[in-house]
Design a protein around this ligand. Structure first.
Ligand SMILES: [Zn+2]
Length: 166
């Protein structure tokens, strides 16, 4: 989100040159630059000790393809904390470790996605109400189960060296 008005005091933003940033929206009342604001989300490849990947179905996201566990980072939370929390909440599996893989801009929704490999204990899923189903896949099958060209597909590919090195 690019600000036309100051979110604190409502003054109309003016363009102001800020160092290396160049001309950007600025509140003359608060005397502060109004940097673009966008949500930060975690996207997780949940994998067991053998490298099998758990993907979920969420009909409101995609009715025909599997997706990865994802969610918004809360204020005061690290990306790793959010990945740990979301995998626990959505899959109901014990989380062993969280590894940061890469970050991905999601231009269509103006978001920043933080990608993680989350190691989980293999067990029965205890799915949250937001999840319609979950399945285990080999890494190669997981790549085909998600939407072609999606960020989760890229993240699974980026996790491959760690998934195959068992
Ligand atoms: Zn202001």
């Amino acid at each position: 989100m690019r600000f036309d008005y100051c979110p604190k005091c409502g003054t109309k933003a003016v363009l102001h040159e800020i160092g290396d940033e160049g001309n950007m929206p600025y509140c003359e009342t608060c005397q502060r630059p109004l940097f673009d604001l966008f949500p930060v989300c975690v996207l997780c490849v949940a994998a067991d000790e053998k490298g099998c990947v758990a993907l979920i179905r969420q009909s409101y996201v995609n009715s025909s393809k599997f997706v990865g566990v994802a969610g918004y980072v809360k204020s005061g939370e690290s990306g790793e904390d959010a990945a740990f929390r979301e995998v626990g909440e959505e899959l109901g599996l014990g989380v062993q470790s969280v590894t940061t893989i890469k970050t991905y801009p999601y231009e269509k929704k103006d978001m920043l996605m933080l990608g993680f490999l989350v190691r989980v204990e293999r067990g029965d899923f205890h799915l949250s109400g937001e999840v319609d189903g979950a399945c285990w896949f080999t890494p190669a099958d997981a790549v085909k189960a998600v939407r072609e060209g999606s960020i989760i597909q890229q993240l699974i590919i980026d996790c491959m060296p760690l998934l195959e090195k068992q």
